[in-house]
Design a protein around this ligand. Structure first.
Ligand SMILES: [Zn+2]
Length: 347
């Protein structure tokens, strides 16, 4: 009798409708999608939820945490068109523009309403400043309902960079391994194993670290730079997201070609000792030796003030491309290779 009951139950399960997905007061039925503006923290957040017809994990893709980083904003427009909820297994949350005030204010990394960097104010505060309230929204409404997260960035308007991924390291072996597999699946050639954030969920500081400290693999991807929205960068973002979607089983399809990736154990920062004009003498992607000169700082008359040298041997990952530099700023960042420098992406 009991066996009979279980058999009937198993028979009945596939007939049960998949539950709707709720986010910020909006309910999205299985096999459908919805695009909407959420009014929160005195601003609006444009979001699309693609709630697949089939069961699976929840992935959040977020663009525009920094309002001057554009390729991912356009990449998410196209992903919205490409994702068919009838074919999706799981749920995809597209946050099209996380920092609308920064975007319309044309501010580099900051929110003009309080001059704060959204990616330094997590987990946020419902009673805090505009940016702290916005961070609180992402913590409680987005991170809380997602299983995996990708925070999409670019170099700022003054910065060039080599496309790369940050794979957070919390020194939790199981979580770190899941996160690195996720990073490798995204297919970027350069992966930084990043442990510069605290492991404390109540002081998580950044958006991806807020997810990571809550046990959810979360990456930062940096693709594009100099305030541009070039096609190659947009396509680069789309490809990385499509690879991640396949890795998580949200989208089916033939595996994409394998990629090799270089792993870096840390970043080494070449800070400027003086204020003046920076003259770069190298380019991102260059292999540099510790002590190698990367550029010069001159005063306002063109006279030499200081030399900038590579703080470590490795790959020049980010470079200041516009001339203004202040003492303590970082004109050049070198990624230091991990002991095992090469890995292989599998889909
Ligand atoms: Zn950014």
């Amino acid at each position: 009798m009991r066996i009979m009951f279980l058999m009937l139950l198993c028979w009945a399960l596939p007939l049960q409708a998949r539950e709707a997905f709720a986010l910020a007061g909006v309910t999205v039925a299985a096999g459908t999608e919805a695009s909407f503006l959420v009014d929160t923290a005195g601003t609006q957040v444009p979001i699309t939820v693609v709630h697949g017809a089939n069961e699976g994990v929840v992935l959040t893709l977020t663009a525009g945490v920094h309002g001057d980083e554009f390729p991912s904003i356009f990449a998410l427009h196209r992903l919205r068109q490409q994702l068919d909820p009838a074919q999706v297994s799981g749920t995809v949350i597209l946050v099209h523009l996380a920092n609308l005030a920064g975007f319309h204010g044309r501010r580099i990394a900051l929110n003009p309403r309080d001059d704060k960097n959204l990616n330094r104010e997590f987990p946020g505060d419902a009673a805090g400043s505009a940016t702290e309230q916005l961070a609180h929204f992402f913590t409680t409404e987005i991170v809380a309902v997602t299983d995996y997260l990708i925070d999409l960035h670019s170099g700022s308007a003054y910065q060039t960079l080599l496309p790369h991924a940050y794979s957070p390291v919390l020194h939790d072996d199981a979580l770190d391994a899941r996160t690195l597999a996720f990073a490798q699946a995204a297919g970027l050639e350069h992966i930084v194993l990043y442990d510069e954030r605290p492991n404390d969920p109540v002081n998580s500081i950044s958006y991806p670290n807020t997810a990571q400290t809550r046990g959810k693999p979360a990456l930062t991807l940096e693709i594009g730079h100099l305030g541009q929205r070039d096609e190659a960068s947009i396509e680069g973002v789309i490809e990385a997201c499509q690879r991640a979607l396949r890795h998580l089983g949200i989208v089916s399809g033939a595996p994409l070609p394998q990629r090799s990736a270089r792993l870096y154990s840390r970043l080494a920062y070449a800070d400027s000792p003086v204020t003046g004009l920076f003259h770069p003498e190298s380019q991102v992607g260059a292999q540099v030796q510790e002590g190698q000169r990367l550029g010069l700082i001159t005063d306002y008359f063109g006279e030499l003030l200081a030399e900038i040298h590579a703080p470590a041997t490795g790959t020049l990952l980010m470079l200041l491309e516009t001339p203004a530099v202040s003492a303590g700023e970082t004109p050049a960042t070198v990624a230091v290779p991990a002991t095992s420098t090469t890995t292989t992406t599998t889909d």
